[in-house]
Design a protein around this ligand. Sequence first.
Ligand code: XUL
Length: 494
Amino acid sequence: MKLIILCTCTSRMKLKVVAIDENLNVVHQNNVQFDSELPEYRTNGGVHIHADGLTVTSPVLMWVKQHGSVFWRRGASETLQNLDPDQDLHQLLQVSGSTGSPVWMDSSSTRQCEDLQAAAGGAMRLAELTGSRAYERFTGNQISKVRQTRPEDFLNPERISLVSSFAASLFLGGYAAIDFSDGSGMNLLDIRSKDWSEICLDATAPQLGRLLGAPVPSTSVLGPVSSYFVQRYGFSESCRVVAFTGDNPASLAGMRLQQGDVAVSLGTSDTVFLWIQQPSPALEGHVFCNPLDWRAFMALLCFKNGSLTRERIRNESTGGSWELFSLALRDTPLGNNGHMGFYFDSMEITPPAVGVHLFDPDDNKVSSDRAVPQVEVRALVEGQFLSRRLHAERLGYSISKILATGGASSNKDILQVLSDVFNAPVYTLDVSNSACLGSAYRALHGTMSQSVASFFDVVKKAPEAQLVVTPHPAAQQVHTHTHTHTHGHAQLLP
Ligand code: XUL
């Protein structure tokens, strides 16, 4: 086979890999489960949750997720360039990097967020500049917090990477640039000029521009793969490394999302994202630079209580069985006879709320302990999707067709609820792991002459998304009612 494009992609629980050939066929898929296969890191669900309940970190060498940061110590660049092909990477890298990397679930940097917003002239001004008001998980605020609270980790760093550019650095054997798209999740990048914002850099840490290096378009080729990978793993010397990016931008590529399509990812986090031509940032949601076309943008809404919350209710209400969870959805009516729930097991991102809020048909708040298990299952899933829809509509996004991805997109009963709540048909791709596939497509596109082939030309032979479910004819009526009703729970939709 002439060409294999290999890409890795991390999620909170596991590291995944997909390889495609030049005809876009998936020739290999695999993953490493962090908790069970790398028990030495002692993670739970891939992370360490600290005693304050807000700080969430992961061991750097486990290659976790976006919005994480890696602080390289002085001398690390030299280590990277001279990796000994007779040794494992994790042995060689003991000398570089820091111990715990704050990850996207972290919500402990509120003070740093407030300071950044004050420096930028307010939350809306910061959103106008960087695409988002200050968010705790965004890397600039995390860097600020490390500098203030763990000065020993900030002592003379040589470079600061995102987890995406950290992983690219390993393949490159040198520091890899941060791409515009993942760089948009830092509260530091001016999404219009595509350069670091001086105001934000100054408010975050001294010399930060130098420590981050210049950001590059997500389609950039960064250089040849390092000799370590050639000698130890037999990579071809002509293999090139294309800029790595975050999971949501990679998913946009994997779903070949075009203007007008809306993707709903039901994975580690639930996200709603779409391709937009012009940025109109708001106090809610994010605008990122587009990973496929540097002139365009992507809008993103992120919900922290996604799969983990579905898994908790599955464990508590249906004995850990997805079959019984699905049955509960089939056995309960659209609109759940007026029972409604909002489940924020940990501090939610959109909206910033916490706790379980379950309401009976008369709108009285009831305890989850007394709920009938099937009713609770539907209350959770309908509540999650109602919230996704309300927040997307608030930002003016109209949704007529949904492309679903992420782990839960393989469950047709969950997708039926998604379709009913949005009153829109739902499509999926064969591979539910669109972030990984998207990274492979991006790599293929990156290595071709981009003046000759656009991304969409390169992936035009990829399999089309398949229609999985259409909304029930009564869905619009039922959910217009619940929708109006939901607006009553104003505290959950601040
Ligand atoms: C996006 C975000 C999450 C993480 C984890 O801004 O924080 O989607 O990427 O999936």
